[in-house]
Design a protein around this ligand. Structure first.
Ligand SMILES: [Zn+2]
Length: 378
C-alpha cells in the first residue's frame, strides 16, 4: 500500500500538537507505520518540573544497514490565527501549496519519509527506523534525549541518521546540514552601593564596571572559523539596570550575552576564556557569572553519509547541496553521540511563521530523495 505524502501530511497537520500536546499526531503516524509492518514503541517520558511528552520509536527489519529517520510532530503555537489565510490546523492545498502549522517544520517531511518507505521494494535488505518526538520545539528534555538511551538499552543501534528538519535555504536540496554550532548563554552581574547622584562618594556605581566587562567580552576574538564553520560569535543581548530614576545611583546591574560557537571549542574551554577576560577587566572587583550551555558544537565529517545524501538530492533535484553548519540547534545534537547524522529536509523560509507552507512538488521530491537514500544505502 503506497502512502500519499500530502494526504498523510494533512492528517498530521490537522492535529494541533503544540508542544507538549500530542493531539493525536503520533497515533496518526503510528497507524500509518503499523500498516507498513513497523513495530511501534510508544514512549512517554516525564521529569520533575516538565510536562510529560509522548514519543515513538518505530522499527522494521533486522539486517544492516540500519537507517534511522528522526523528527518531531510537535509544532510552535500558531500566533494570531486571524492573520492566517486558513485555520492553521485545518490544512489546505491552494495552487499547489500546502498551508498549515507544521507544514515545513516538519510534518510534511515525516510524511514524505513514510511515503518513501511505502514505495521501497520489500526485498530491500536493511533496517528502517523512525525516532519521532513530541518535544523538540519546547525544552527538549523528555524527547530525543531520552529515547536514544532507551534505544541503546533495547539494542536498537542505527548505522546512520537522517534528521528531516527544514535544512534547505531557498530551493529544495540546496543545503544539507552536517553539523551545528554550539550555543551558550550567560549573565554577568555586578554589585555596587545605591545612593544619591549628588553624593557619589557615598555610593558605588556598578554601571561603569558593568560596561567595562561587557566591552571586554565584546572585544574577544574567539576564532577565525575553519573549513566547515563560520567564526564563533559573541553577542551582548541585553544590559539591565532597572533604574527608573534619574537621581539615583543603582545598586546592581547585569548584562546578558549569547555565544554561537564552532567545533574549535568545547563549552568548558569557552567558559574558561570568558572568565579570564572578565577577570582581566574587573580590576579585582567581584562579579557573578552565570552560564547555561544549550548544546555543544558538532560535525559529521563529510564522508559516506553526506555523499549518500548529496547524491540523492542531486539525482532528484539536479542541485548539489552545500554542506552547511549554519542555523540554530536541532535534535541532531543528541543523535550525533550514537551515529553519523545529517539533516536533509524542506525549505525553511516560512517555519514558525504565519501561513507556514510548502509546495506540494517539494514534498513529492523530498519523498523521492528519501527513497533514493535508502535504496543506495543498501
Ligand atoms: Zn523543527
Amino acid at each position: 500500500m503506497e502512502v500519499d505524502p500530502v494526504d498523510l501530511a494533512v492528517k498530521l497537520i490537522a492535529c494541533p500538537s503544540v508542544t507538549p500536546a500530542d493531539a493525536g499526531a503520533l497515533s496518526v503516524l503510528s497507524d500509518a507505520l503499523m500498516a507498513l509492518d513497523f513495530e511501534v514503541h510508544d514512549l512517554t517520558f516525564s521529569a520533575p518540573g516538565t510536562d510529560p511528552v509522548r514519543n515513538i520509536y518505530a522499527h522494521r527489519g533486522i539486517a544492516g544497514p540500519h537507517i534511522m529517520y528522526a523528527g518531531h510532530t510537535d509544532v510552535v503555537p500558531p500566533g494570531d490565527k486571524a492573520q492566517w489565510s486558513t485555520d492553521p490546523f485545518t490544512p489546505v492545498v491552494q495552487n499547489g501549496i500546502l498551508i498549515g502549522r507544521g507544514a515545513n517544520d516538519m510534518k510534511a517531511s515525516i510524511a514524505a519519509f513514510v511515503a518513501a518507505v511505502s514505495r521501497l521494494d520489500r526485498e530491500w535488505p536493511g533496517t528502517i527506523s523512525l525516532l519521532i518526538t513530541g518535544d523538540e520545539e519546547g525544552v527538549a528534555v523528555n524527547g530525543t534525549a531520552k529515547v536514544l538511551p532507551w534505544m541503546a538499552e533495547s539494542g536498537f543501534r542505527p548505522d546512520m541518521c537522517i534528521v528531516g528538519e527544514p535544512s534547505s535555504a531557498k530551493a529544495l536540496g540546496d543545503m544539507i546540514k552536517i553539523g551545528r554550532r554550539g550555543s551558550l548563554s550567560g549573565t554577568v552581574s555586578v554589585n555596587g552601593a545605591q545612593g544619591h547622584v549628588a553624593y557619589p562618594h557615598l555610593a558605588d556605581n556598578p554601571i561603569p564596571r558593568l560596561i567595562r566587562l561587557a566591552v571586554a567580552l565584546d572585544a574577544l576574538e574567539l576564532d577565525k572559523g575553519n573549513d566547515w564553520f563560520q567564526p564563533s560569535n559573541l553577542e551582548i543581548t541585553s544590559i539591565d539596570v532597572g533604574n527608573p530614576a534619574t537621581n539615583v545611583i543603582p545598586a546592581r546591574g547585569s548584562f546578558k550575552f549569547n555565544i554561537r560557537f564552532n567545533d574549535t571549542y568545547h563549552s568548558s574551554d569557552l567558559i574558561e576564556k570568558i572568565r579570564q577576560a572578565l577577570d582581566a577587566a574587573s580590576d579585582n572587583r567581584e562579579f557573578d557569572l552565570n552560564i547555561h550551555v544549550s548544546g555543544e558544537a558538532f560535525l559529521t565529517r563529510p564522508g559516506k553519509l553526506s555523499t549518500l545524501v548529496s547524491e540523492a538530492v542531486h539525482h532528484v533535484t539536479g542541485r548539489t547541496p552545500e554542506l552547511s553548519t549554519t542555523g540554530g540547534t536541532s535534535d541532531a545534537r543528541f543523535i550525533r553521540h550514537y551515529c553519523p547524522v545529517v539533516e536533509c529536509g524542506l525549505v525553511g523560509l516560512t517555519m514558525h511563521k504565519i501561513d507556514e507552507q510548502v509546495p506540494v512538488a517539494d514534498v513529492l521530491a523530498l519523498s523521492e530523495i528519501y527513497q533514493r537514500i535508502m535504496e543506495r544505502a543498501a
